[in-house]
Design a protein around this ligand. Structure first.
Ligand code: AMP
Length: 547
């Protein structure tokens, strides 16, 4: 027997309609690329998104067509999110930090028909345009006054594109499984692969972002997503905020400590989200200028492991609760969040920190398990570590155009490529990417654990650990340190700091100091580049073992 409940499709357009109807006065504030702060409301955003939808139809855009964006977080990009997906076309958010060849590859692979770009990326696109085979035109996200002189063919000014349209339209009632957006993973090996989200999965994921145990987004929030809209839909915030009428603050392209701080302060931001490197810049800026964050009550840290020292600084010095989150592009992206359980509330901070530094508990809608190399499930005892497998409502079932082949096992599980533990409280902890784990004498050493500990040293700004070839142990850890400005810690001081905090055999065999550590386009430490840089490095212990 089937239930007698209305079967209405879960559509992205309904999120914006809801915000415009019930939270029509709530603001979206953007630091524009042209310079000034731009403010308008959800009601304005809905009208302009509909104008864009009508304009796209006028250009001949059909359901399923891919429309690309190369853009920072801002109101016009937000309109693309709704205007494009709302009519059944697919919004392809391109990460502009990728190498030019990768951008050309993914735009051609996606067969993008129109490319919407911020002023910032016009010179980049001019170089690529001859190779972008499917592009029928380039829409510059600005007004006539700021239109640049450009060699791009078929250039359209965004404001002129939408101006003739009325914004009077009803969104089409699409099948909820219709593709809504496309985001390529910045794979470290091979070509990037496209993750194709659907309306249904996106709306379900948005519900999750509003749960108290997840991001807890509500109408009382003012949210500043530092995480870019080209990185897994700004972790779902651009959909979750309209779902409950939260005020949005878009930071544009300036993501340094000063700019992020000023916006947080001026707009009374209550919640933010970003990768650890962004928070490092903000924390440094606040320390230098002796500033506080009176309005912020929580921030989401993910994309890379949030070091315990960073979590402690936010919570103890600034009164900002950290939600440590883990996920991936293939997971829309949320998988786990580290919100404390009731019984943990009274624990001493040091004990809470042990859990806060883990990547968190599964969000309803996501199943997790860990398995060994043979696919056998490992115990959830907080000790065994193995391949982290996921399945759920918003997890990819394959990549666009079948790249990468079959990605699910017979149980429907997707291998995340991460290695993790699961503890009896349900908290998951990433110990490594499967390919970054250091294999020493047949045992695994977690590079992330060592990095997190090393950045706790007061003179260390950033740390990375890689495995370096060793004649006896196969691989041994090498610790690369970027000292804080004006500090010059020694190898002995760093190793002395780690002593007693880790098993003896995890102790790095050497420490090298560097000015900077290379990062990927999504802010992760670029281990492949580091391994390449140190491929001929001879560890002091390797010399003695070889003698
Ligand atoms: P992306 O698809 O670019 O978002 O990258 C996803 C990958 O980032 C995951 O598979 C993890 O390896 C890594 N990652 C994301 N969040 C965290 C976190 N909180 N701690 C450690 N690694 C993370």
């Amino acid at each position: 027997m089937l239930g007698l409940i209305q079967d209405r499709p879960l559509l992205i357009s309904s999120l914006l309609d809801f915000a415009a109807t019930y939270h029509g006065e709530v603001e979206i504030v953007s630091r524009s690329i042209e310079g000034p702060i731009h403010r308008y409301t959800y009601r304005d955003a809905q009208r302009r998104s509909k104008q864009l939808a009508q304009a796209l139809q006028r250009l001949g855009v059909k359901p399923g067509d891919r429309i690309a964006t190369l853009a920072w977080n801002g109101y016009r990009h937000f309109e693309c999110y709704y205007g494009v997906s709302g009519i059944g076309a697919v919004l392809h958010t391109i990460n502009p930090r990728l190498f030019a060849e990768q951008i050309v590859y993914i735009a051609n692979h996606a067969e993008d028909s129109y490319i919407f770009t911020d002023l910032t990326f016009v010179p980049l696109l001019e170089q690529m345009a001859p190779e972008l085979k499917s592009a029928k035109g380039y829409v510059i996200l600005t007004d006539r006054k700021h239109m640049p002189g450009t060699s791009l063919p078929n250039v359209i000014c965004y404001e002129e594109l939408i101006a003739p349209e009325s914004g009077e339209m009803e969104w089409p009632r699409l099948d909820e499984r219709t593709a809504s957006s496309l985001c390529y993973t910045s794979g470290t090996t091979g070509n990037p692969k496209g993750v194709l989200y659907a309306h249904r999965s996106t709306v379900l994921h948005s519900f999750a972002t509003c749960m108290q145990d997840v991001l807890g987004i509500s109408s009382r929030d003012t949210i500043l997503p530092v995480v870019p809209m080209f990185h897994a839909n700004a972790w779902g915030i651009v959909y979750g905020a309209p779902m409950c009428g939260a005020k949005l603050v878009f930071p544009g392209r300036e993501l340094d400590g000063q700019n992020v701080y000023e916006l947080m302060d001026q707009e009374k931001v209550t919640m933010s989200a970003g990768v650890p490197t962004v928070w490092l810049m903000l924390l440094n800026y606040m320390k230098e200028h002796d500033l506080k964050l009176p309005y912020m009550n929580r921030t989401v840290i993910g994309g890379s492991a949030a070091p315990a020292s960073m979590i402690a600084t936010f919570e103890k010095q600034y009164g900002v609760t950290v939600i440590h989150a883990w996920g991936m592009t293939e997971m829309s992206p949320l998988g786990t969040t580290g919100v404390m359980k009731a019984k943990m509330a009274d624990w001493p901070f040091e004990k809470q920190l042990e859990y806060k530094a883990k990547q968190g508990r599964a969000v309803f809608g996501v199943d997790l398990k860990i398995s060994d190399d043979g696919g056998n499930e490992l115990p959830r005892d907080g000790k065994a570590f193995g391949h982290l497998m996921v399945r759920g409502f918003w997890i990819a079932s394959g990549y666009f155009k079948g790249e990468g082949g079959q990605v699910l096992d017979e149980g429907g599980w997707f291998d995340t490529g991460d290695v993790a533990t699961l503890d009896p409280e349900g908290f998951m902890q990433i110990t490594d990417r499967a390919k970054d784990v250091i294999k020493s004498g047949g045992e695994w050493i977690s590079s992330i654990d060592l990095e997190n500990l090393a950045v706790g040293h007061p003179d260390v700004a950033e740390a990375a650990v890689i495995g370096v070839a060793h004649p006896k142990w196969d691989e041994r850890p090498l610790l690369v340190i970027v000292p804080k400005q004006g500090r010059s810690p020694t190898k002995e001081e760093i190793l002395g700091y780690l002593d007693g905090k880790i098993a003896k055999w995890w102790m790095p065999d050497d420490v090298v100091f560097a000015k900077e550590i290379p990062h990927t386009a999504t802010g992760k430490i670029q281990k492949v580049a580091l391994r390449q840089q140190f491929k001929d490095y001879v560890l002091p212990t390797a010399q003695s073992a070889a003698e």
